[in-house]
Design a protein around this ligand. Structure first.
Ligand SMILES: [Zn+2]
Length: 180
């Protein structure tokens, strides 16, 4: 995938891609995203799901830090106004750290036999469900441009739309569809 998209994912989801530039003896992530640009959206959405609980907790923590000693919301002070205390901030910090621990570490992202392979060090059942959904979507999405596509080719299997199919692979696949 092109560098610009690679960087974008690493910036948006820093905890998932902590090892992006780590040593090749410890991770395969040093090779980057070994697939075409067409799968960017699939990966972006997958990463959002794996990362968003931490992002929410972080946003809440930063908000509270910015409101220390002030009312929780707005500027109006009434008898029932609750003020942000250091305790609130510490609690939000603990929650944020807890969520950070749960974000899986990505160890390899590549194409194999025409579909995406997204490997994490360890994760929950929910994480693996999102990953397997994303991997299946890649088998229906052109790896080059992101348009709807299908797995094509013999021997060398790849996923492409009609425009990005090689030679007469697309025509062949239509014949096979008819036979089914
Ligand atoms: Zn295409």
């Amino acid at each position: 995938m092109r560098e610009e998209l690679d960087k974008l994912l690493c910036e948006k989801y820093p905890l998932l891609f902590k090892d992006r530039n780590a040593d090749m003896r410890t991770t395969a992530m040093c090779w980057g995203f070994a697939h075409g640009d067409g799968w960017f959206n699939i990966i972006d959405v997958l990463c959002w799901h794996l990362h968003h609980r931490y992002d929410n907790a972080k946003e809440r923590y930063e908000y509270l830090v910015s409101r220390l000693g002030k009312p929780r919301w707005g500027d109006e002070v009434t008898k029932t106004t609750k003020f942000v205390t250091q305790e609130d901030i510490d609690e939000a910090k603990a929650k944020m750290d807890e969520e950070a621990e749960k974000v899986p570490l990505v160890v390899q992202v590549k194409e194999k036999f025409g579909t995406l392979r997204f490997y994490i060090q360890s994760g929950t059942e929910e994480h693996y469900n999102y990953i397997s959904f994303a991997e299946s979507m890649s088998g229906h999405t052109c790896e080059t441009c992101g348009s709807p596509g299908k797995r094509l080719g013999r021997g060398w299997i790849y996923t492409a739309c009609e425009t990005h199919a090689q030679d007469d692979d697309w025509a062949e696949s239509l014949k096979e569809d008819d036979e089914e």
